[in-house]
Design a protein around this ligand. Structure first.
Ligand code: OGA
Ligand code: MN
Length: 288
């Protein structure tokens, strides 16, 4: 049976004694599903997953999102995060493949720009740089618990507007394509969510959030920035230093994450992600 070793006092666990490639029996899978709800971030060291195995395990958690237009892997269940070009060489720093990593270095929850945001994401490390390129996670359950009552009261019943353009335009104005504008209009999500399995509440903001319904932008934008800063203060963060073949599964309802810089024009970094759709999402794809 899998064992869970906590990675941080408030969330995250390293999972040993499980092979994600095999046909997991129902009891083992149930233990992992429960660990996911309990810890929000599960780190599985040394899982040399093929894409098919990665997809097969992810699908047991729920239907997979189709990778959105404009991303490497569009229309498939895989998001490919790579700075290696077709010629097998690392692309220049200003190349779109590197700008995607730059945009991912803003704190976010995956697919919060979709009408039904993602339940979970699972990243498998294929090639990692010798330094930098970590992924950091912050617990939004801990953030909600720690917020002063006056702030909680201010945002409790509020709805934020999430738009893919918000994070992209804050990274590089060239990143957002016409197709992305057309296919990804702004969406609304409550600023506090309840996680049904545990009944715990979590703050829900990130880099795609750019406005709050019924609040002037001059007030909403600094408030969003302040909330992200509060949620991600260093003691609330787990930094994952990748080894090749690591797989990390996280709960997008309960954590925000960001990628850390590395020598993007010098070292290769190749990661592959599946995204497990939230309940009721129509944006799903059947595994090939
Ligand atoms: C992601 C992501 C950050 C990273 O895969 O969703 O944001 O460190 N990744 O690559
Ligand atoms: Mn992400």
């Amino acid at each position: 049976m899998p064992t869970f070793e906590p990675l941080h006092p408030r969330f995250g666990a390293r999972v040993k004694d499980v092979d994600l490639r095999g046909d997991l029996d129902d009891e083992t899978f149930a233990a992992l599903r429960q660990g996911f709800a309990e810890y929000s971030v599960l780190v599985f060291p040394d899982q040399p997953l093929s894409d098919e195995e990665h997809i097969a395990f992810s699908r047991r958690l729920g239907p997979l999102e189709a990778t959105k237009v404009g991303s490497y892997g569009a229309g498939t269940p895989l998001v490919i995060l790579s700075n290696v070009g077709e010629d097998g060489k690392v692309v220049p720093d200003a190349h779109k493949l590197n700008l995607v990593h730059k945009a991912n270095s803003l704190w976010h929850s995956d697919s919060s720009f979709k009408p039904v945001a993602a339940l979970a994401s699972m990243l498998s490390a294929k090639t990692v740089p010798p330094e930098g390129g970590e992924t950091e996670y912050a617990s939004m359950i801990a953030a909600w618990e720690d917020l002063p009552e006056s702030t909680k009261a201010k945002i409790e019943n509020r709805i934020a507007v999430h738009h893919f353009a918000t994070s992209r335009n804050n990274t590089d104005k060239r990143l957002m394509t016409k197709a992305e504008y057309n296919e990804l209009p702004p969406v609304e999500h409550p600023m506090v969510r309840e996680i049904p399995e545990t009944g715990k509440r979590a703050l829900y903001v990130g880099s795609h959030a750019g406005a709050i319904i019924g609040m002037p932008d001059e007030e909403a934008q600094p408030l969003i920035a302040e909330l992200i800063e509060f949620a991600t203060r260093p003691e609330n963060v787990y930094t994952h230093k990748w080894s090749e073949k690591d797989a990390v599964l996280w709960d997008n309802r309960a954590v925000v994450h960001r990628g850390r810089p590395f020598a993007r024009d010098k070292h290769a970094r190749v990661m592959i992600r599946t995204t497990i759709a939230g309940a009721g999402s129509t944006d799903i794809v059947e595994a090939p």
